[in-house]
Design a binder for this molecule. Structure first.
Ligand SMILES: [Zn+2]
Length: 680
């Protein structure tokens, strides 16, 4: 059984609610002689060839990024391990020591370009960016930046988890000196930029906390607490794939996420902002440090700002820009982002803050030099605009998403830099996001209008192809032949085999030979991927074919602190999407929920197998009325206390029909985030 130490994705709240999971070891998938302990097989000849070719495709002799990532190092803890109060390891930098410090000598099982990025993201510690500006990097997925003010410190983005944020803060204080914290900035609503705030607050005095300013973009609270709550269980499950949660850290496993090493799975928290930045051009002076803000909401995050420090001539790009191509569509599942708006905001920043001599961001390392920053921003902006414009050009000529993704290549002028390459997002899946933004899922080909669901189609494919044995034999022959093909043809063979063998596994999920061969194919596609999420998707797919799905799913309790800050109406939206329509058929029930602490009442109406909610007066009548406080309601939602237990407690009172009430709650689905992905 392999114990998983790395958490889920940081960007949406319920996604983080997945518990550490253990692998199911009951699979009978045969172990290959060349497999490592986790089952991952050796790179084939064509994978070795393909990965060697990558070295010719990018200017690997340019070492500027390594110089920038190491510049200004003040202190480093080579044994940086952070543990959860329950004893599990939630951050482990030495686990990545197998990655060559200079990003050279990539093993054949890792794309050398991704290997280089993984090496850069291994460089961690406390860094001086310029006089009065510091960064802690490699203590979590994101960076924490530290600005020296007249009488203290201003912190930017207090990481994902309380535990890593605390460790980072204490390390900074030990090396920079103890001064009061005057302000904390949340650059945007993704949890890797605010979730660790309680790890800072726990070290502050009462006076510091009373005077503390917390500055965030307008809309932050709503987005930070509610983003993606509706689709949380599915996103959480998929995020496990995207971040290689169940993979070992080694040359045939997880090497990083491209954006950083990975999210820290600890205790997540929230703090209410005292200042909201409304619009671009807003300025603040905090303890003697002037700041000029640019609001970029609707680009990388729904609520986000960048800012400029005129005294330092330093531009904080938040996550609007970073040293990888970001996601227009994130593979864990999310609403697609608007490439044109995103590109436009980068260009606006380039012009508005054109005096910047220093760029620093929420991920990756800084840049120095006005021209370097201008070039960086121009290429970042043009990369998103190129992907947008050319994808639209092709869709207007009738190309489908798969065709666009296959044809779209960055032009030479955008292909000589590393910072806009697909370590996180890719040109391929971002092109499909542009298609999705304008066209949705349908390609207009009627054959795609109403296809059979995957298992039914798979059965028919396999039957018509002569049965499972014949398909498996031919697939094995093709797999063997691929090894002697050109890199390009070999990869196409693997991609085709993934599709073919997926049909076989979906037709016969008990066919262990088929699963073993498909897992081998996924291994090779993972080893060749330049994108860390692609690598992790393929390798996790291989892992689950061999070992089965996770034994444990969602534990919403880890989100308690954040859920307490989530508007209650959001929970009713999430209840509505859990209604088991067939059980609710013909039911007409009204439930009133009155929150004594919020002085708010809501009427839930179940009718036509649809659940509605509306704010109501306290004296509205209903079949059943539940009176309680928001914390008790949250306890109920996260399963901290059972419904029946609650009904007999003093924390809650129920008037009206107890039967209707219990009947109502029994009709709500409890998705556990453990559904199958690589088998039907
Ligand atoms: Zn981030």
């Amino acid at each position: 059984m392999s114990k998983v130490i790395i958490p889920d994705h940081p960007f949406s709240l319920p996604v983080l609610a997945l518990l550490l999971a253990t692998a199911g070891c009951n699979s009978n998938v045969p172990t290959a002689p060349d497999a490592n302990a986790a089952g991952h097989t050796a790179p084939t000849q064509v994978t070795i060839k393909a990965n060697q070719q990558v070295l010719q495709e990018r200017p690997f002799s340019n070492r500027d990024d390594f110089a920038n990532a190491r510049r200004g190092l003040i202190a480093q803890n080579p044994d940086l391990v952070v543990r959860h109060p329950n004893g599990t390891t939630l951050w482990d930098m030495p686990a990545y020591d197998f990655i060559d410090a200079d990003g050279s000598n990539a093993p054949a099982s890792v794309n050398p370009s991704l290997w280089r990025q993984a090496a850069l993201n291994n460089i961690h510690g406390l860094f001086k960016v310029t006089e009065g500006l510091y960064q802690i990097r490699g203590y979590d997925l994101a960076n924490m930046s530290i600005i020296e003010s007249d009488n203290g410190w201003i912190l930017v983005d207090p990481l994902t988890a309380k535990e890593t944020a605390s460790e980072a803060f204490l390390f900074a204080r030990e090396n920079l000196g103890e001064k009061p914290v005057k302000a904390i900035l949340f650059t945007h609503s993704h949890i890797d930029h605010f979730g660790g705030v309680q790890g800072i607050l726990q070290h502050l005095s009462e006076v510091e906390k009373q005077n503390l300013r917390i500055i965030a973009p307008a809309g932050f609270e709503e987005e930070a607490t509610s983003e993606n709550i509706i689709a949380g269980p599915a996103m959480g499950r998929r995020a496990g794939f995207m971040y290689g949660r169940r993979l070992s850290r080694d040359a045939r496993g997880h090497v990083g996420t491209g954006l950083g090493k990975g999210p820290a799975f600890g205790t997540f928290g929230f703090a209410e902002p005292t200042d909201l930045i409304q619009q671009t051009g807003d300025t603040l002076t905090i303890d003697g440090v002037p700041m000029i803000f640019q609001v970029v909401s609707g680009s990388e995050a729904p609520a986000e700002f960048t800012f400029y420090l005129p005294d330092h001539k330093a531009f904080c790009g938040a996550e609007l820009v970073s040293s990888n191509l970001h996601n227009l569509y994130t593979l864990r599942g999310a609403k697609v982002r608007d490439a044109l708006i995103w590109s436009g905001f980068i260009d606006e920043a380039r012009q508005r803050f054109n005096e910047a001599d220093i760029y620093f961001g929420s991920h990756h390392w800084p840049l120095w030099g006005q021209q370097n920053i201008q070039d960086f921003l121009a290429i970042q902006s043009d990369t998103y605009k190129f992907i947008h414009d050319q994808s639209v050009r092709m869709l207007n000529r009738g190309l489908t998403p798969n065709e666009i993704a296959e044809n779209l290549r960055l032009p030479a002028a955008l292909n000589q830099t590393f910072h806009n390459q697909g370590y996180y997002g890719t040109v391929s899946h971002n092109a499909k996001a542009v298609y999705q933004k304008y066209m949705g899922w349908f390609t207009a080909n009627p054959a795609k209008l109403n296809p059979l669901p995957e298992p039914e189609a798979a059965e028919r494919y396999i039957a018509m192809m002569g049965g499972a044995d014949q398909v498996l034999n031919k697939a094995q022959a093709q797999f063997d032949a691929a090894s002697n093909m050109s890199a390009e043809e070999g990869k196409k063979s693997y991609r085709w085999l993934a599709e073919l063998l997926n049909h076989l596994v979906f037709a016969e999920p008990g066919n262990t030979e088929a699963k073993a061969l498909l897992a081998r194919v996924y291994d090779q596609l993972g080893y060749q991927a330049e994108s860390a999420p692609w690598r992790d998707f393929y390798l996790t797919g291989a892992f689950e074919l061999r070992n089965g799905g996770p034994d444990e799913g969602i534990n919403p309790a880890v989100m308690e602190n954040i859920m307490l800050n989530t508007p209650v109406s959001r929970f009713f939206d999430s209840m509505a999407v859990r209604l088991k329509a067939d059980e609710a058929d013909g039911e007409f029930i009204t439930i009133k929920i009155s929150f004594t602490d919020l002085n708010e009442s809501y009427l839930l109406t179940l009718k036509n197998s649809v659940l509605h909610h509306q704010k109501t007066d306290v004296d509205t009548s209903a079949d059943a009325t539940l009176t309680l406080t928001q914390p008790v309601f949250v306890d109920m939602l996260i399963g901290k206390v059972g419904l029946k237990e609650l009904l007999f407690s003093d924390d809650l009172s129920l008037a009206g029909s107890r039967l209707d009430f219990i009947n109502f709650f029994s009709m709500l689905d409890k998705p556990d985030g453990r559904f199958n992905i690589v088998i039907p």
